[in-house]
Design a protein around this ligand. Structure first.
Ligand SMILES: *Cc1c(COP(=O)(O)O)cnc(C)c1O
Length: 353
């Protein structure tokens, strides 16, 4: 650390992303990417001419992409905010809406929430999930701090219904609720429609998971127009060209390929169910995941050992050395062949355990 870093950042512990090994080729089931490529329309949109046009700045308003998103969601463009990955959207949300009020989020959820809270000096309350990892909205009703939840939650994959989110919105209209729907396409129910009736809700989604664009960095928020213009104020005071030209084109093309992505999601969900069955047969306990990952533990093998032994066999999964969940691993649902290889490896390991 240099002697020039501001004191307020000296204790900051950054988010630790899943490994992205650049050396040997692993079966990569550790960062919830899609096993399938972006749609053919996306590949075609990135032409030589568009690459040459990179000498020019892109549209700072992202107008075409916002129109396509608004049409898909049945809202106006004034209800859409786009960011460089949903991580950036969440960053602006913590920056803008949690300062004086503070933030509340589950003790077991997306690891970036506490990092943003720390980065912006936000008072935060980590609300324990119940013993079975379920989330109880009533646990968040004790103050007016901004509530941030992932639905489906990560890394548990568990959901709550939009009706229960609506109860939260109704019970205190002076409290903002942020629902991070990174995994909603794999079996959750979206709260996006509720943004038409409630001005204290922001729904965040991403193109990284179901739309196979993790490397393009594209996420968005849907909310009441005033919340969106607040976010625009922060974005234009930080980086008005936050979405690069090629990513805008990729996002628009992806929105025109709904059938392609629906088919991929269907395959991933059926592979998830099959894999869950295989793991249960080997004695694993699993949560009822509605996401593109499984969250599993084995009574005879610890979480860290599962992670390390799989890595030795060329398969990467994610392990969190964190109280309550350190016996588990999170396994991204890849394609059928990758999951067969996973099941073979786990079978050897559990037979020898
Ligand atoms: C993957 C993920 C994100 C971040 O997605 P990007 O759009 O790639 O930044 C946000 N929230 C949750 C819960 C995630 O799992």
């Amino acid at each position: 650390m240099s002697r020039f870093l501001n004191g307020c950042f000296q204790g900051l512990s950054p988010y630790v992303p899943g490994e992205q090994p650049q050396d040997k080729s692993y079966i990569k089931l550790n960062t919830n990417e899609s096993p399938y490529p972006p749609s053919p329309a996306v590949v075609e949109a990135i032409t030589k001419g568009e690459i040459e046009a990179l000498r020019l700045y892109g549209d700072p308003d992202c107008a075409a992409l916002k129109r396509a998103l608004a049409e898909r969601l049945g809202t106006g463009t004034e209800n859409i905010f786009v960011g460089n990955g949903s991580d950036e959207v969440l960053s602006f949300i913590f920056m803008g809406f949690c300062g004086e009020r503070g933030a509340s989020f589950p003790d077991i959820s997306y690891g970036f929430y506490p990092v943003y809270a720390q980065l912006y000096g936000i008072r935060s309350r980590q609300v324990p999930l119940r013993g079975d990892f379920s989330l109880c909205p009533e646990d968040y009703c004790v103050d007016d701090s901004t509530v941030v939840i992932a639905n489906p939650n990560a890394p548990t994959g568990l959901c709550i219904s939009p009706e229960r989110v609506e109860d939260m919105l109704k019970s205190r209209s002076d409290r903002l609720v942020v629902v991070d729907e990174a995994y909603v396409d794999f079996g959750g129910e979206s709260c996006a429609e509720l943004t038409r009736s409630y001005d204290n809700l922001i729904v965040v989604q991403t193109f990284s998971k179901s739309r196979s664009l993790a490397g393009a960095r594209l996420g968005f928020a849907v909310a009441n127009g005033e919340l969106i213009s607040d976010l625009e104020r922060l974005r234009c005071s930080t980086n008005p060209y936050n979405i690069n030209r090629l990513t805008m084109l990729a996002g628009e093309a992806a929105l025109k390929s709904q059938g392609y992505y629906d088919a991929n999601v269907k395959r991933i969900v059926s592979t998830r169910q099959e894999t869950a069955g295989c793991l249960r047969d080997m004695g694993f306990e699993l949560t009822d995941s509605r996401a593109n990952f499984l969250f599993a533990r084995h009574p005879g093998i610890g979480g860290e050992k599962l992670y390390l032994d799989l890595k030795e066999r060329g398969i990467l999964v994610r392990h969190f050395s964190k109280p309550r969940i350190d016996s588990y691993v999170r396994i991204t649902v890849g394609d059928a062949e990758q999951m067969k290889a996973l099941c073979r490896a786990l079978k050897e390991m559990t037979d020898n355990a």
